[in-house]
Design a binder for this molecule. Sequence first.
Ligand code: FAD
Length: 443
Amino acid sequence: MAISTKTLLPIFVIQKLNSEKMAIKIGIIGAGPAGLVTALALEAYCKTDQTVEITLMDKNQSAMDYPGVEYGIQTRACLSLQRMGIKEEALACGLPAFRISFFNARTNKKQKFGVTIDPNLTVNVIRQEFLGELTNLLSRTKIHRQCNVKSIQASPEKVNVLCEDKNGQDESLAFDMLISADGIGSIVRKDYFKNENYIHNRGFYCLYMLINIPNDAPKEFKEAANTGECMIVLGKTTTATLFPMGKNRFAVGVGFDDQVQAEIWNVAGINPNLTWVELDVSQKQKVAELLASDCTFQNDMLTKCFQWVPDWNSYKIYLWKMRDSDVATRPYNEYHNVIMIGDAAHAIMPTIGMGASLAIEDAEMLGRQLSTQILKEKPDFKAAFQQYSSERVPVWIDLMERARAGAKLNFVGIRNKSRLSIGPQLPGRFFWKIVAKVEEWIG
Ligand SMILES: Cc1cc2nc3c(=O)[nH]c(=O)nc-3n(C[C@H](O)[C@H](O)[C@H](O)COP(=O)(O)OP(=O)(O)OC[C@H]3O[C@@H](n4cnc5c(N)ncnc54)[C@H](O)[C@@H]3O)c2cc1C
């Protein structure tokens, strides 16, 4: 087909304009859900502007370099991925979930009320697989792995990042803008948004396990692995969560407070000063068995599934100490083009399973706001930062409050409670508080 000069002219003009426009260099620290989705959002929304250069830096070698954890990717995140046109591909590795049920192991009965969820907008994924899918979707972002950011220096015009590469060599990179998606220990938050004591220990632990069951496992295990019903189980002194992950796998988390931890270490004959990573495999197995026997359901399902744990030292089994951080109510400042998203700005506990979903929603929104500016003749990044934070901060504050209430109601001091609370899981900014209050009052 012959192409007329009429068709060629606008293409030539756009290419010429693009070639004359200065490249905008955007650096992102952290290739977790927040960092990867920001890069994907910038790629999606700046499709027509090839002058944006995106660089992602992460200290880890790959997504596998991280302890075991599953994510319930919830409605807010699903909608963000949908807007970017990548929901199906990004979540292909997961299993849709349709319900959260509450089970009381002391009475051996399901609680009357549960929370119904939309399986089109709630998908359980394993972090490593999900991040792998997101990475595969990137097309023009440069990824620097094993790049440990040690410090940043920002002026109104530039942000310089000093990192250490895999050979221990220092490398300096310069950007027009830096997005901090480097999680709870964020170097940017520590250096640039100085605020002492913003990370808190919340007085409880969670042992996370990803269990692969064999094809010939009994029916109840296959159901737990492959149907989309999530369970929260009240034990005598612990609370277990069970998430089906599909492909004959489920994720189990057992939560217990500091007092129970000390008791378990004592019963297992473990030196009280030893942390999880210092335990040998037989001690790890013993701890898991003691926890599982506290929280029995479905004929001791938890204890029985340990026969399929091939390696107690694997990344699939990990004891998390629960911490959170205060919400950064101003995730940027006037003087530099540096902004924080995801756990760097608001690390919330997994008691309502929202951290990754919030990070994804932040990332898509920031990517969209920035792209609107980038496509303008004179981009105003501060306007994008301002819009982003005015929309996000109220959401972060609400969900932080729910996650803290979830910890208090369902994970800490469990031996004094007679039932689990569904309040923090319910939609509606005020409705959940009313339900949680009534539940607290009932006892
Ligand atoms: C036990 C547990 C269970 C959870 N369950 C859920 C759940 O069911 N649903 C849910 O939505 N959320 C859940 N979360 C929360 C979720 O893990 C976080 O909210 C989410 O990972 C935040 O994403 P992020 O990208 O902001 O940070 P991270 O996932 O922490 O990613 C930060 C990245 O930055 C990199 N990095 C850090 N510092 C540097 C540096 N100096 N230089 C270079 N790279 C750096 C890290 O290597 C990492 O890859 C859970 C958390 C825990 C601990």
